[in-house]
Structure formats: C-alpha cells, structure tokens
Ligand binder design. Sequence first.
Ligand code: HEM
Length: 195
Amino acid sequence: MAAIFQSLGRTILAGFVILAILLLAAGNLGAVSSNHAWWAFVMRWLHVMAGVMWIGLLWYFNFVQIPSMPKIPDEQKPAIGKVIAPTALFWFRWAALATVVTGLLVASMNGYIDLALKLQRPFLAIGIGMWLALLMAFNVWFIIWPNQKKALGIVAVEAEEKAAAARMAMLTSRFNTMLSVPMLFCMVAQQNGGL
Ligand code: HEM
C-alpha cells in the first residue's frame, strides 16, 4: 500500500482502478461503451474533476496562501514564491483550460451549446454559468498568470511594477472567488430545475 501512496502517479492510477472495479462489479461497463449518453456523462465527470482542481486551487490561494503570506517571516517567503506558488499556478491554469474544454464538450455532446451561449430560456442557468466560468478562465490566462509571472520573478521587472502586478493578480483572484459562488450555483442548477 505504501508503495502506491509514495507516488502521486500510482495513487491517481489506483483511483481509476477502483472506479473500473466498481463499474465492473455493477455490471455497467460492457453495455455502455457505444452509448452516446454514457460518453457525455464521462465527459461531465472529467469536467467536474477538472473544475474541482481549478476552483480548489483558486480557493487555496484565497483561503490559505494569500492570508498566510503576512504571517511568514521574510527569509521563508521564497519557499512560497519560488516553489509552492509556481507549482500551484501550473495546475491552476491548465485545470482552468481543461475545465473550459470539457465543459464546452459536455454542452456540445448534449446538443445545447448554441442555445446555452445565447442564454435561451431552458438553458439559462447553464448559459449564465458558462459565461461566468469563461470570464473567470479569461482572467486566469490573461490577467492572473501574466501578472503572477512578474510578481514571482519568472519575468524580470522593476520593483514598482512587481508590486503592482502582485496587487492586480490578487484582486483578480478575489474577483474570480466572488464569481465562483454564482457560477457553481448555475452549474448544478441546470440539472435541478434551472434558476
Ligand atoms: C467555461 C467553463 C465551463 C463550462 C463551459 C461549463 C459547462 C458545463 C456544462 C455544459 C454542464 C452540464 C450542465 C447540465 O446539463 O446539467 C456543467 C455542469 C457542471 N459543471 Fe461546469 N462548466 C464550466 C466551468 C465549471 C467549473 C469551473 C466548475 C467547478 C467545479 C464546474 C462544475 C460543474 C458541475 C459540478 C456541474 C454539474 C454536473 C452535474 O450536475 O451532473 N463547471 N458545466
């Protein structure tokens, strides 16, 4: 068991193996593989996993890292700035992209992407959720990440510009945290009677 848990890759693989065993035990695997609705469901599951990774890290930044920074002695701050934050930002921005791609595929596989993006009545909840999440993903890639590169020293800039970039990244991250509340409501509302 320890051999599995000492490796993150093997741990995640073990999760997939347990899922496969559960599906086999439920007698649910063979009959479904050619079924479009089942593949749309698989995409929905991948979408939720990517979304959890994205919003989980967004909330980590806002609930844990940002409030902890002032309490960390200056000589220890590089551990966050040079090691933890770059790794967290790597998974954060690629999870955001994966969430967008899988989310758009879910809407497309279910045949309502156009109606949802045009905010048509029966797809209003998911349409609003999609637009909120698209705005958030735009912020991640085009505001937070470029500013974080300056703030963390990945791109060299003057001290003043570095401080301004850190503030901009923080405020945009807060803006996304605010939007995550109605966005997640809309995501789960579609299956449950809409708005
Ligand atoms: C641009 C980004 C996104 C797009 C295009 C998108 C699209 C969708 C679509 C089309 C659905 C299916 C709605 C339905 O028919 O019930 C859905 C459901 C869902 N999404 Fe997203 N989404 C995005 C971002 C997110 C994010 C960031 C999260 C965070 C966790 C998330 C979590 C969920 C959840 C939990 C569901 C409900 C699944 C269910 O009820 O079975 N989505 N999303």
